[in-house]
Design a protein around this ligand. Sequence first.
Ligand code: TYM
Length: 331
Amino acid sequence: MSRVFSGIQPTGNLHLGNYLGAIRKWVTMQDAHECIYCVVDLHAITVAQDPATLRNGIREMAAALIASGIDPDRAILFQQSQVRAHAEIAWVLMCTARVGWLNRMTQFKEKSGKDREGASVGLYTYPVLQAADILAYRATHVPVGDDQKQHLELARDIAAKFNTDMGIDVFPLPEPVIEGPATRVMSLRDGSAKMSKSDPSDAARINMTDDADAIAQKIKRARTDADALPSEPAGLAGRPEAANLVGIMAALSDRSIADVLRDHGGQGFGQFKPALADVMVAALAPINARFAVLRRDSAAIDAILAKGAARASAIAEPVLADVHRAVGFTG
Ligand code: TYM
């Protein structure tokens, strides 16, 4: 039996990187698997948050996920802080994980920047909480973008060490699912930087709430080289901006990169960019329209999240009890 778990931070808007790297896969996986999707508010407070903004961000993210196709009647959609097993298992696993393992995490180095001493302890132990999220449900598959690969390897290491230390297989080792042509969507302004909510330039990313005009403008202004598109994937080597736009086109239209190049190879960007913008607008406009309607009804969103938390707790509580027994807290 497979069980899917994944999470997203409720900070900033959902952007095209999140959508193509993770959320589209979350939606597809609902058809064939038991799926648990989490708005990770405990992770969000590892950096400073204004309470009112966070409260709003949680509801906005839940609405954006439903608008993107997550069906809360099938998948479990909930808020991390409302299921106690996450924090409680995280504490136990902090005693399993080694300082040396966390010291290797590149995301902590990136996020703490020059002021490492001033970073929160939570930012440092962030990946242990992420492991607890997954292991609290004995999830077998975790669909994420490429930037989460190291955290998922750590989650496997923590699970394996806990099982070995306690002499009992409490946790299965979760498999990362990092697949498709857009596992790492890059900035529209810089082909060497990831598309991210923290990029100061809004022109670098497509927000899921951007309208057709904004999308067309951002794609038109996206940085590219001057050459025509190649007709085969090998021709994208050393052309990060071109590779990024072709990858986005492939993911949005459910085609392979080879198929996109078969259709568009030989075209210049003056021709390819409007075609890409059209495909993007067609994919995002319905999501945008659904989001606008859903976001008006906070009470309905809150009810969905509360129901999701109850369903999630029902799965995680017995795992928490197994953890307590394995450690020796209970008999
Ligand atoms: P977060 O909130 O940064 O991103 C959510 C998902 O979007 C993916 N993603 C991207 N994929 C492709 N290209 C991009 N430019 C891009 N930017 C973001 C991320 O890989 C992620 O899948 N630590 C996680 C949240 C988390 C989690 C978990 C994930 C907490 N617990 C347990 C899986 C399992 C994070 O900050 O994602």
